[in-house]
Structure formats: C-alpha cells, structure tokens
Write a protein of this length. Structure first.
Length: 242
C-alpha cells in the first residue's frame, strides 16, 4: 500500500528534527512517533491543522516535492535549523514532561482539584502555541495571567502546572477563558484532543529501554556469563532485577 504523503514526510524528517533540536533519543522514540502518525494518517493530521490554517497549501507543495527519502542529510539539517522556534523545542519538551508528571500524579491520587478536560486543553495550547505565529496573541495573554515572560514559554508551562497542583482555580479559569475567547485555539484543542483520544494505544513519550550500544551489549554479555549454582548443581543466568 502506498504511504500517504504527509505521513511519509513526517516519518522521514522526524529523526533529523530530533537530532537538530537536541532531543535525546529516549524522548518520544521513533517507533512511538511512527505508530501514531501511521494510525492518524494524512486526513486526521491535516484536520488538526485546519482551525489554525498552518498547513494551507501543504498538499499541493507535497505533490510537487521530491521523495523525502532521496533528500541528503544536509538538506534536512539546513531546513530544520532555519526554523525560528527550533531553540524552544528542547526546553518546551522538558517542561511539558515535568509538568505532566506533576499533574498526572495529582489526578491519579483520586483528588484532582480541576477538571481534567480543562487542564488537558490548557496544556495542549500552552505546549503548541509558542511554535506558531498564530500563537502570539494567546501567548501574550497567558504570560499576563501566569505572571511570566512571553519569551520563556517553558516557564509558563511550569507555572500552569503549579497552578493545577495547588488548585488555583482562578488562574486555571482565566487561562481557559482566554482559550475560549480565541475560538480558533478552542477548536484546535478540541480536534487535537479528539485525535489523541482516537489512538488505539497510548504512545510512549519516553523510551524505558536504552538503545543498544557496544557498552550495553558488553554488560548484558557479562550478566549472562555470571551464573549461580543451586542445591541441585544446575546453573542459571544471574540476572539483575533492575
């Protein structure tokens, strides 16, 4: 079956994007990303872009473009590095992972102080708006509400998470009212969260198992060689519980 064009470009470019943005390999592993975009397909991915119109004309451009797999590494590197918000990627991902861990810990305690859907909407818009020109107006308002610096969106994410954990409903409601007022972001968040919920599995945001290296292979080989002898004289691999 022929791979859909948007999916193919995303899957081919993702490793280059991760490398140039400085993200470690264990953050949203390629297999998790690939499975998610394969399941969503071109139609759902483009539907998510519709309210903010950030992919207008993309299908026409892809029809004229070369096969992404034929492009040299240097072309990918140059394209990624010329994207102005690239410097925000690593701090934003780190902030979102940290914030999500705090928020989920509270939600899993059975005593959430805010409506989960409102928090998910707030985190989604806070995490995405800094990367689009369309996000400038809403981010300016977020900075005022969260009493932070618009030029440091990662700090705004952390401040929002702190408001969730402390149960600061006034701040959370003001953020949500801001999203509702900017109706295109409200619609985008609805479609984005619906798309995420439609996935048949939960993509792993981090890789639990480190990628195989010569050093790791050597450690595993040593572990297998170490044996213990039980009362019957039989030998078994000595494996660490960790």
């Amino acid at each position: 079956m022929k791979m859909e064009k948007v999916v193919k470009w995303l899957k081919t470019g993702y490793p280059h994007f991760k490398k140039e943005s400085g993200l470690p390999t264990w953050v949203l592993p390629e297999h998790s990303f690939t499975r998610a975009v394969d399941e969503l397909g071109d139609s759902h991915i483009l539907e998510v872009s519709r309210p903010l119109r950030f992919a207008e004309g993309l299908e026409v451009l892809l029809e004229k473009a070369s096969d992404p797999e034929t492009l040299p590494v240097e072309t990918w590197q140059m394209a990624v590095m010329q994207w102005p918000p690239l410097v925000l990627v690593k701090p934003m991902v780190e902030a979102c992972l940290e914030a999500t861990a705090l928020i989920m810990r509270q939600f899993c305690s059975g005593q959430p102080k805010a409506e989960p859907i409102m928090v998910c909407r707030g985190m989604a818009v806070l995490g995405f708006a800094p990367f689009l020109p369309q996000g400038e107006p809403v981010m300016r308002e977020f900075a005022c509400i969260l009493q932070g610096d618009r030029s440091r969106p990662a700090e705004l994410v952390k401040q929002y998470a702190a408001a969730v954990v402390s149960g600061d409903m006034l701040t959370l409601s003001r953020v949500d009212d801001c999203i509702v007022k900017h109706s295109q972001w409200m619609e985008w968040a609805r479609i984005f969260l619906d798309a995420a919920q439609s996935l048949s599995y939960s993509p792993k945001m981090i890789a639990v198992t480190p990628p195989l290296s010569a050093e790791l292979a050597g450690v595993l080989a040593d572990m297998i060689k170490e044996t213990r002898e039980d009362d019957s004289g039989r030998h078994y691999p000595q494996c660490s519980a960790s």
